[in-house]
Design a protein. Structure first.
Length: 219
């Protein structure tokens, strides 16, 4: 499974730093589908830094991002948003996060109102040696979106950070409880298809299965 995950992530990173999900805009129960729920997918762009320990991830201030206006990258109900803020993964071991993890908003006044948010329920990451002095950190989060009307839709996000050094040097820093500084440039979040749709999307099923495993180190 680790070899498969490594091949999947490396192949995708060769194309783009954000790993897109092939998804449909539906949520858990077909009977609960309403137009007011958040569906679709979106890509975030930023130019910030984060600090990574073996079991936590902290996004340094300003922890804000811009949502791409490209209709090929941002679809469905997410096309109404332009920016937002991101929280932290407090623990990967027991999946504790600053929730809402994502807070979307059309303007600063609507960020922090507790609506149009994404809450994390599980999170994992892998380390991949991209070249001799660069490590790619791929973080996968599962959770749910809450719309302005309170409707819930399942979601998944995948984003990539880059840190200088090697996997061994990062592990050595962690033994000294020293956080590794990483940069992030893009993220990708999407609503997850309902089970009947998922049966026809084997690739998505593989990604979802991988995301539920504990963090692993891929070299």
């Amino acid at each position: 499974m680790i070899d498969f995950k490594s091949r999947l992530l490396n192949a995708t990173l060769a194309v783009t730093v954000a790993l897109p999900l092939a998804t449909a805009g539906l949520f858990t129960s077909a009977g609960s589908a309403q137009a007011v729920a958040l569906t679709g997918d979106f890509s975030l762009t930023g130019d910030g830094t984060a600090s990574l320990l073996a079991d936590s991830l902290t996004f340094n201030t300003p922890n804000t991002f811009t949502i791409s206006s490209d209709p090929d990258l941002t679809t469905g109900g997410f096309s109404a948003f332009t920016k937002g803020s991101i929280g932290n993964i407090i623990s990967f071991n027991s999946t504790l996060a600053t929730n809402p993890f994502l807070d979307l908003g059309t303007n600063p006044a609507t960020i922090g109102d507790g609506l149009n948010t994404f809450a994390v329920t599980s999170a994992t990451y892998t380390l991949t040696q991209a070249n001799s002095n660069l490590v790619s950190i791929n973080v996968i989060t599962d959770g749910f979106f809450k719309s302005a009307s309170g409707d819930i839709s399942q979601g998944q996000g995948i984003f990539t950070l880059q840190a200088k050094g090697t996997i061994d040097s990062i592990a050595a820093d962690w033994k000294k409880n020293t956080a590794v500084k990483a940069t992030y440039s893009s993220l990708y979040f999407a609503t997850v298809p309902e089970p009947t749709t998922l049966l026809g999307l084997g690739a998505v099923g593989a990604v979802m299965a991988i995301s539920r495993r504990r963090k692993s180190f891929v070299q």
